[in-house]
Design a protein around this ligand. Sequence first.
Ligand SMILES: NC(=O)c1ccc[n+]([C@@H]2O[C@H](COP(=O)([O-])OP(=O)(O)OC[C@H]3O[C@@H](n4cnc5c(N)ncnc54)[C@H](O)[C@@H]3O)[C@@H](O)[C@H]2O)c1
Length: 345
Amino acid sequence: MSKKINISVVGLGLMGAQHLKAILKSKKSNLHSIVDISDNAKKLSAKYKIQLHSNVSSLLNSKELDAVIVATPNRLHEKHTISLLRKKIPVLLEKPISDNIKSAKKIINIAEKNKTPLLIGYHRRHNSIVTEVKDIIKSGKLGKIISANILCWLYKHNKYFKEKWRISRGGGPLGINLVHDIDMISYLLGSIKYVQAFTTNKNRKFKVEDTATVNFIFDSGALCTLNISDTIVAPWSYELTAGENPVYPITNQSAYMIGGTKGSIQFPNLKYWFYKKERSWWKKIFFKNYTNKKDNNTLVNQINHFSDVVLKKVKPKVNGNDGLNSLKIFAAITKSAKTGKKIKI
Ligand SMILES: NC(=O)c1ccc[n+]([C@@H]2O[C@H](COP(=O)([O-])OP(=O)(O)OC[C@H]3O[C@@H](n4cnc5c(N)ncnc54)[C@H](O)[C@@H]3O)[C@@H](O)[C@H]2O)c1
């Protein structure tokens, strides 16, 4: 068996704490240390009897460190990631890659210059359901892809907004949730050519949006609509349907529909709809359930993949340019919502 990778986690908030648990579950990694200044980090350090550093410079002086997960607020991604990459330490960087495009490009350049792996934390790509959908699309079962429909409606508790950065630029549902959907739909359907969007903050009244509708046109000519809100009580979002994370009780609904000339697929429920003979709305439409085994190990799968990346066995499934792509589309959505114009990517 290969060597276990010693991973440190920088930023032990909501997401960092999940990574910590995933490292402990993975057979390919050890928890090296944690880096944070919060009281919660002190508690975690005592609970897991693990080294605690108060900053990344102090971490860089420690021994036997193989790789780092950066899960700090978006505005700190550049500073933290660059200091690690300069020391040739591979990084799993939480999404979005950064809070602006210039900084994202800088991170990518420094990773390339130092020939050091950078994996972006779009963990849904490590879900076996998503791999299955990709295979179904590739197999031609859907025919030519014509359109897709994505719903991301969920209700965030008021407590969630106590962190100021969640109500400041980039902290709304477009920056937090939709970037995952952008990454996933780009992975499944290819490059996005145009976007157009509308946003509103009329319910929560924060500076950031609480609701948005977005239209995409892909290079292939396929269309997609995406409807997102953090202030609607509803069961239809990837979070509440995929069963990836136990903090979101599962609803057994679907959030994605992708349709083509021969059939359509809804997922995470993995229901494939098709006609047996003639394709016509006057005929009975059939469905087949694909495996639909909920994959709740996505974060562990991601750590396993990261460990293989660190050992240079595989290339990152989600690289810096994928991170930049979703950030560019996010920026175009924001611009379109402001100007009312259709934006070319
Ligand atoms: N992949 C996902 O599904 C997902 C989900 C939520 C958040 N995220 C991403 O994870 C990152 C963190 O989000 P969160 O919701 O966990 O935020 P959070 O506010 O809950 O946690 C951030 C943590 O970083 C720590 N921190 C702040 N400054 C620091 C510094 N200089 N050095 C070390 N630690 C520092 C804070 O004390 C806090 O513990 C963001 O980039 C966010 O977009 C990803």
